[in-house]
Design a protein around this ligand. Structure first.
Ligand code: PLP
Length: 417
C-alpha cells in the first residue's frame, strides 16, 4: 500500500502556509482531527477524574482510551502505559524510582548516540546512588552504535541499559533487540528511547525487548504528551514518590497530579490518524475507492497501524534517498551519519557558514530546519562539531513531499554559488 501524500497533507491545516516543514524531528504539525478532538473535550463538559458524575467519568474514559491507543501504536499493554507531560519528565521519574535499588558497585550503561534525555537522568541517578556509569561508544565515521560492544559492557553488575531506538540527529537505528537481550541475560533492565523512532515506522515493544519504551506524541502528529510503556507486572514492583491520597494502582501510581485530559484525547485522535494514513483516498476524509481499511483487518487498530506505519517507512525512505543524494552531491555540504539502518533524518554543515546562518538562509525561503546539537549532546561531541554550533537537521515525516525536498536542495545549492 502506497502513501497518498496529497491526501495526507490535506489533513494538516498548518501545511497550507507555504512553509516546508522539515523540522518534524523537533515536533510535528497536527491534523484537523486532533485539533477537533482537543476542542471537543473543551466544549463538552469535563470534570476531574474519579467522580460520580458523567463529566468526571468522561475524563476517566479519555485516559483509558489514550492508554489503549498508545498501546496499539507500540504493541504494549494498555495497563502498562504511563502518561506524562513529556519523555524527559517521565525519564527523570523512572530514573529516580529505579535508582532507589542501586548501590555502589552497580553499573548503568548509557550511550553516546542518545538524546541527553536518555543519558543525563541515568547519570545523575547513578551518581546519587554511588553506582558506576559505563558508556557505549559511537563510530564517528559511520554513526553506528555497535551492539557487539555491549557484550563487554554488560555484566552481572549491570542494573540498567539505556539506549535509543533511533538517533534524533543522524537517524541511526541500533540493533536494540540484541542489546536488550544481552541486558536481560545479565538480569538488567532496559530503557529504550523511542521518541525519534516512533513516527518513522512500525513499533513493537515486545520485539524490541524493551522493559521500558518512551515516546512523545508531539513527534507523531499529537499534542505535547509523553508516555512510557512497560509490563504492568514490572510497574507493580516499583514504588515511585507519590502523594498519599493519589491512586496507588498501576499505571496511575507513576502519574503526578491532574493530566491534560484534552491533550490525552488528542493523543488518541493522533493514533487514529496514523492508522488511517494508508487508507486515504483523494482527500483527508475520503476512504480509498478500494474499500480502505478492510485490506489490513477492518476495525483492528493495531493491524491498521502496522500497515500504515510500514507504508510511512517505505515512503520516507524513498524520499530520503533523494534528499541525501542531493546533499551529498554538493561539494560545499558535509553530511553526518552513514548507518546501515536509519530514519529519514539528515544532519549537515555548509562550508564557510554556521549552522545558524544556514537555518536563517532557509527560513528566508520558508523552509523550517533546526540547527544546533538538538540535545544530542554526547553525539555532537563525538562528531567534533559541538563547539562550532553543531549542524543543520532536516528531517522527513509522512507529510513531507518531493516539493519540500526540492526546495531544500535548491536553497542549499544556492549557498555554494
Ligand atoms: C530522541 C529523543 N529523545 C528524547 C527527547 C525528549 O523528549 P521530550 O521533549 O518529550 O522530553 C527528544 C526530543 O526531541 C528526542 O528527540
Amino acid at each position: 500500500m502506497k502513501l497518498n501524500v496529497t491526501a495526507v497533507r490535506d489533513c494538516y491545516p498548518a501545511l497550507t502556509d507555504g512553509y516546508a516543514y522539515l523540522d518534524g524531528a523537533a515536533g510535528t504539525q497536527v491534523p484537523a482531527a486532533v485539533i477537533d478532538a482537543i476542542s471537543r473535550v473543551q466544549t463538552t463538559g469535563l470534570g476531574n477524574s474519579g467522580g460520580a458524575f458523567p463529566a468526571s467519568q468522561r475524563a476517566d474514559s479519555i485516559t483509558a482510551e489514550c492508554r489503549a491507543a498508545v498501546a496499539a501504536l507500540t504493541g504494549g499493554n494498555p495497563a502498562g502505559v504511563v502518561l506524562g507531560p513529556n519523555m524527559t519528565t517521565l525519564t527523570y521519574r523512572f530514573a529516580r524510582t529505579l535508582a532507589r535499588a542501586w548501590k555502589p558497585g552497580d553499573e548503568v550503561i548509557v550511550s553516546r548516540l542518545d538524546h541527553d534525555a536518555n543519558v543525563r537522568p541515568w547519570v545523575q541517578a547513578a551518581q546519587d546512588a554511588g553506582a558506576t556509569v559505563r558508556w557505549a561508544e559511537v563510530d564517528p565515521a559511520t554513526g553506528e552504535l555497535s551492539a557487539a560492544q555491549y557484550r563487554q559492557l554488560i555484566s552481572d553488575r549491570t542494573r540498567l541499559v539505556a539506549v535509543t531506538a533511533a538517533s534524533n540527529i543522524i537517524g541511526t537505528r541500533p540493533e536494540v533487540p540484541v542489546i536488550t537481550a544481552l541486558a536481560r541475560g545479565a538480569g538488567a533492565l532496559s530503557y529504550v528511547d523511542g521518541v525519534h523512532a516512533t513516527p518513522h515506522g512500525p513499533v513493537d515493544v515486545r520485539a524490541l525487548g524493551a522493559d521500558f519504551y518512551a515516546t512523545s506524541a508531539y513527534k507523531w502528529s499529537g499534542p505535547h504528551v509523553g508516555a512510557v510503556i512497560a509490563d504492568p507486572a514490572l510497574l507493580e514492583s516499583l514504588r515511585p514518590d507519590k502523594l498519599r491520597p493519589a491512586p496507588d494502582d498501576v499505571p496511575d501510581r507513576f502519574e503526578l497530579g491532574t493530566p491534560s485530559f484534552a491533550n490525552l484525547a488528542g493523543v488518541t485522535a493522533a493514533v487514529e490518524h496514523l492508522a488511517s494514513l494508508a487508507d486515504l483516498g483523494a482527500g483527508c476524509g475520503d476512504p480509498r475507492p478500494s474499500g480502505g481499511p478492510a485490506a489490513g483487518g477492518a476495525g483492528d487498530l493495531r493491524a491498521r497501524l502496522l500497515r500504515a506505519m510500514g507504508a510511512v517507512q517505505r515512503y520516507e525512505e524513498e524520499l530520503f534517498q533523494v534528499l541525501l543524494a542531493g546533499l551529498d552531491s554538493m561539494p560545499h555540504v558535509r553530511t553526518y551519519g552513514r548507518a546501515a539502518k536509519r530514519t529519514a533524518t539528515a544532519y549537515f554543515t555548509v562550508a564557510g557558514l554556521t549552522p545558524w546562518q544556514v537555518a536563517e538562509h532557509l527560513a528566508l525561503r520558508k523552509i523550517n530546519v533546526w540547527n544546533g546539537d538538538n540535545y544530542a549532546w554526547e553525539l555532537t561531541g563525538v562528531l567534533g562539531i559541538r563547539d562550532s554550533g553543531s549542524a543543520v537537521r532536516a528531517g522527513l515525516v509522512h507529510y513531507n513531499d518531493s516539493t519540500d525536498v526540492d526546495r531544500l536542495l535548491e536553497a542549499v545549492a544556492e549557498l555554494g554559488r
